[in-house]
Write a protein that binds this ligand. Structure first.
Ligand SMILES: N[C@@H](CCC(=O)N[C@@H](CS)C(=O)NCC(=O)O)C(=O)O
Length: 204
């Protein structure tokens, strides 16, 4: 039975669509649409997984949530030749792991906090400043890394690039890469990949 990915529009599940296309694994995409007002996922996603969030991967009777876990599952089963993730004995492996986990952690959290506080009208004051400082620190770290390496895991494209992509596309859309030439060069390079373009065609 083909893998089934539950994809929500305008969401970070784009990263798993992209990874599936890079891997070339047969799959089916089930599209779910955000509520136009609340931006939340439709309630029927809770029938698949209690949290009702996307991405969700179904593999037969297995259901997996969390982008990083889904990526790790796909790579373990469908990237046995290590085309998209370094082997555990590779010198790139620790750096790869760090970025894969940062994608939802250190990198995503300040952006999410900025979104929520912005929705609550908190755009000035100590909390807004703290979040802004954190975003700058993370963006500076990414820029420094990509000034020295072609990709997140080192000199080869990997799933870490797919997982970091969504956040960096969002930062670029907000004008955040104006002072980050290495990050912008990385973005131009990875978004030119056929699988990235195919992901956009699937529907963001
Ligand atoms: N840490 C989770 C986050 C999942 C998540 O929050 N997904 C968002 C889309 S970006 C979502 O489904 N939001 C709709 C909702 O919460 O109703 C992951 O990486 O998979």
């Amino acid at each position: 039975m083909a893998l089934k990915l539950h994809h929500l529009n305008a969401s970070r599940s784009q990263r798993i669509v992209w990874l599936l296309l890079e891997l070339g694994v047969p799959h089916e995409i089930v599209h779910h649409k955000r509520n136009e007002t609340t931006r939340l996922a439709p309630a029927d996603l809770k029938n698949i997984h209690p949290l009702g969030k996307s991405p969700l991967l179904e593999d037969g009777n297995i259901v997996i949530a969390e982008t990083g876990a889904i990526a790790q599952y796909l790579l373990a089963k469908h990237d046995t030749a290590n085309r998209f993730h370094p082997a555990a004995d590779s010198a790139d492996f620790p750096r790869y792991l760090e970025w894969v986990h940062s994608a939802e952690g250190a990198v995503f959290l300040p952006g999410l906090l900025a979104l929520y506080t912005g929705m609550a009208g908190i755009t000035e004051g100590p909390v807004a400043q703290m979040i802004s400082n954190e975003r700058d620190k993370v963006a500076g770290y990414i820029e420094a890394h990509l000034s020295k390496h072609a990709y997140f895991a080192g000199e080869n494209f990997s799933a870490a690039d797919c997982l970091m992509g969504f956040q960096i596309v969002m930062t670029d859309a907000q004008g955040g890469l104006a002072r980050r030439p290495a990050t912008k060069a990385w973005l131009d390079k990875v978004t030119a990949r056929p699988a990235y373009k195919a992901m956009l065609a699937v529907g963001v």
